[in-house]
Design a protein around this ligand. Structure first.
Ligand code: HSE
Length: 439
């Protein structure tokens, strides 16, 4: 059979690695796909940059758009990134020209995936994006194909390596947030703008894609409630540890009686849960569904080799002639998302309040929680070293952290109780609220 002729737009660390993997694995790929895969053309911003690649015999296209419509390629691989120009128009042009497309571009899939999927359907070509979520972890295929016969109730996970790396090092080495972020950037995990990682938007885009595949709904990034990890302190991580939890930035999509919740926030997970074992830059996705018991996929969620692994697997599907609907069903059959309001979210909560160390403070806090029918599972008053005198006795007038774990309640009730406590002026500073997710 003729070789699949591939054109690659973008020769950054991932693009260059894809070229290397296709070269290195050529025999295996040909055996697995029943035909060879050849990179025949590439394009990138700089033609002269040193990449350690042998590009002899490979054509250089003058732009992504020119490559996308090059009659000498069958499959257009977009590794430029970004939701706009040039990635978006180039993918549209390739699909319209009847070429299958492989991309690692989560922003583009989250924002314009439906339009692109409709175009792919119209031209009966593939639009594969396994690398967009969880890099080497085959989670798109798992949801779309492996679980095609299963009703999925919840999909959640650690979808951002940078955040998990930061939280892990803060927890294990007691390092500052800034020092850990700088290391994540140095190691190449973080996005060009790391605020995208640490404020949760990277996770939100990935989650919106998983939710669409899990629930057969239209991708809706704007329906995701998002909180990042900036507010997490070493003190929260220590308290979580004492209480039998770890803090992870989770993306959670769950079907509830009120609609589909999609939320990204720092989350306390029981230390014994599978998701709590996932440390460093590793990603993990857990799927709960009808009769399948939870499935947890764990693996490298960032980095050039992990991303290239998924990109090459997607190219291999094109070579084999496998074409799945990009979101698991025709675009016309995807339902509009029925969004569950965040204030109606129900679960346990961790609250850390900086309380005035006066008689009656704990009673006031407990009363305000009781008024909202919030039941307390545990309450601890922690005297930080700085709030003790030389003899270790707490300095009476300094505020002290009070840490509470609640039984399941609603977001709304928690917000109302905190507002009431603030009005009572028994706490200072910003209350810390971390949701608890049970497995
Ligand atoms: N910045 C992302 C992460 C890379 O840290 O997980 C993969 O999308």
């Amino acid at each position: 059979m003729d070789a699949l002729r591939v054109g690659i737009a973008g020769l950054g660390t991932v693009g260059a690695e894809v070229v290397r993997v296709i070269e290195r694995q050529q025999r295996t790929l040909a055996a697995r796909c029943g035909r060879p895969i050849r990179v025949v053309a590439v394009t990138a911003r700089s033609k002269t940059k040193k990449r350690g690649l042998d590009l002899r015999g490979i054509a250089w296209a003058k732009s992504p758009l020119a490559l996308a419509t090059d009659p000498n390629i069958d499959c257009f691989v977009e590794l430029i990134g970004g939701a706009g120009d040039p990635a978006g128009p180039a993918i549209e042009a390739a699909l319209a020209a009847g070429k299958s497309v492989v991309t690692a571009n989560k922003a583009l899939v989250a924002k314009h995936g439906l339009k692109l999927a409709a175009l792919a359907e119209k031209h009966a070509v593939a639009l594969n994006y396994e690398a967009a979520v969880g890099a080497a972890i085959p989670v798109i295929k798992t949801l779309r194909e492996g679980l095609a016969g299963t009703d999925i109730e919840r999909v959640y996970g650690i979808l951002n390596g940078t955040c998990n790396y930061i939280l892990t090092r803060m927890e294990q080495e007691g390092l500052s947030f800034d020092a850990c972020l700088a290391d994540a950037q140095r190691l190449g995990y973080a996005e060009a703008d790391p605020t995208f990682d640490i404020d949760g938007h990277d996770t939100a885009q990935k989650l919106s894609i998983l939710a669409s595949l899990a629930f057969g709904t239209k991708v809706s990034e704007s329906s995701v409630y998002v909180e990042g990890i900036r507010s997490i302190t070493p003190e929260d991580l220590r308290a979580a540890d004492d209480l039998g939890y770890r803090v992870k930035l989770l993306g959670v999509a769950v079907r509830t009686a009120k609609g589909i919740e999609q939320r990204v926030h720092p989350t306390m997970v029981p230390k014994a849960s599978s998701i709590a074992q996932v440390m460093g830059v590793t990603n993990a996705v857990s799927i709960d569904g009808d009769g399948i018991a939870p499935i947890t996929l764990v693996g490298a969620g960032a980095g050039s080799a992990a991303t290239a692994s998924a990109v090459v697997a997607d190219i291999a599907d094109v070579a084999r002639g496998i074409r799945a609907e990009p979101f698991g069903r025709p675009v016309a059959k995807l339902a509009a998302i029925s969004k569950a309001p965040m204030q109606r979210h129900e679960g346990g909560y961790y609250l850390r309040l900086l309380a005035r160390d006066h008689a009656g403070t704990a009673a006031t806090i407990a009363t305000r929680l009781a008024e909202q029918e919030i039941s307390i599972e545990s309450i601890v008053q922690r005297h930080a070293a700085s709030t003790t005198d030389g003899a270790g006795t707490p300095a009476k007038s300094s505020p002290v952290p009070v840490i509470l774990i609640t039984y399941a309640t609603s977001e709304d009730a928690v917000r109302r109780a905190i507002q009431a406590v603030q009005r009572d002026k028994v706490i200072s500073g910003r209350p810390q609220v971390i949701r608890i997710e049970k497995n």
